[in-house]
Design a protein around this ligand. Sequence first.
Ligand code: FAD
Length: 534
Amino acid sequence: MSRYPEETDVVIVGSGPTGATYARIIAETRPGTSVVMLEAGPTVSAPPGAHVKNIADPDERSQAQRRSAGPDADAETVAHPGEVKAGQLRARPGTFLVGDGAAGDGDDGLPVAAQSCNVGGMAAHWTGACPRPREGERVGFLPDLDALLHEAERLLGVTSQAFEDSPFGDLIVSRLAAELDGGRAPEARVGPMPLAVHRREDGALVWAGSDVVLGDVTRADPGFRLVDESLVTRVLVEDGQAAGVEVTDRTSGTTHIIRAAHVVVAADALRTPQLLWASGIRPTALGRYLNDQTQVVFAVRLRDVVDRAGEQSAQAEPGMGLSSTSGVTWVPYTDDEPFHGQIMQLDASPVPVAEDDPVLPGSVVGLGLFCAKDLSPEDRIDFSDERTDAFGLPAPTIRYRLSEKDHRELRRARERIVRWGRAIGEPLDDSPFTLPLGSSLHYQGTTRMGLEDDGSSVCRPDSELWDVPGVFVAGNGVIPTPTACNPTLTSVALAVRGAREIARRLSGDAERGRSQTWARAPLASLTEGGSHDS
Ligand code: FAD
């Protein structure tokens, strides 16, 4: 039996949290709708899409991370910031670098631009920080943005209380607040980071991945099907409208056509434009306005602390990144201070300390500061019509530069992070470290949303392409603003809007009993491909 149906109501390309959002909203609002989710990578966790940090066995966990790392899955990964500081350009566990093409000639590029290839996408490996965008980060033309963000928090299971018992968390907040909160609006003040994480009844932490977004309601829906190891190579367009996809079964090498009037491309901010390009869908803004958040880091050790948590708290969970003794503090973005601060208590010191001076759990703190990019259409990802990548899709080249303004803000960020660090402890680093570009893993703008079809956007406010009705895009690429905060909550919120629009149309179709002519189109005409070779 084929792993693929010949036709379906909705095809979703990619199984990260934004693709999962489409499946969930459709399952909740129109149960029984036939939805096929196609994921290029393997299933590496259970339920499918679960965060690999929830895998208790360290060997199994690292095997899951390796299997997420694409075609060159045995490539070494880097887990320790020390290696980055030593100039090594490697991917983090569960991801793999874009590699060749990550920096066009003469550009800064994004040398450590990375991606994941597994059921659940990058959110099987993420930190789960889910702050709301503020001020200039917000998509100003969406009147329902707050309601959408609220819905995204529900889907991701976001809470600010996950680490409320962590030793010294409140101390960090109060010391930073004393330094920063003067003059800030109440919602811009320092506080615990909203995180997509919850505790089981036995107290163990569970990190949210796409499994949480999908939820039981989607998994139990008879209309929903998730097929892994399925590489979509083309979105099919007929009469200027979505007609389905061409997919290669990576388990057998066979190629299949699935017809659908609604195609959602949620293949991340680098590969969504790639797939559209490969399909001949090439609007002017495709791949442009690419923006990453330049990241500065600095480590300190809290001063004047005593072991309030006692012996038990020293039982960190090895290899789990953040243990139950750790916390994350948030310094929100403001237009005046256009940085997003993520302050993480570390399980172990990143630098050696004296043996007779043991590090109290939670007392070593890594400060990270993300900068909003100065947007330019010239920052972009280009695709080749001649060369292909390891998946056989058009090879990318990233053309990306920091502007004068970016360099100015970066200098300000480096000064700020030292000031924040000194407010809470004694520096462990001599100076702040600017991570190689691409480190944030928050690539945005390449399929951006707009209010008008004026060449500076790719899709409408409901994420449907201006040029091809029925094709929707999802992911951080849709965000039109230069955010500094972690973007997944925002891109899930935007996906909610698009998913509701598809559900609304499907309901309209059902009510009108309209025949779906796309489902009867001959295969030959479907495979002739796209219509927008601008
Ligand atoms: P992804 O999760 O990247 O999923 C896209 C999927 O599409 C992939 O699985 C890919 O294999 C699949 N795909 C691509 N092309 C095709 C194709 N042609 N056919 C079929 N399938 C295809 N974000 C935050 O907001 N907060 C954080 O704290 C945070 N921390 C992070 C820490 C780490 C270590 C990492 C790796 C990421 C982090 N991120 C964080 C980023 C976050 O994970 C992403 O923003 C989020 O996963 C994006 O969701 P998505 O659905 O758009 O894409």
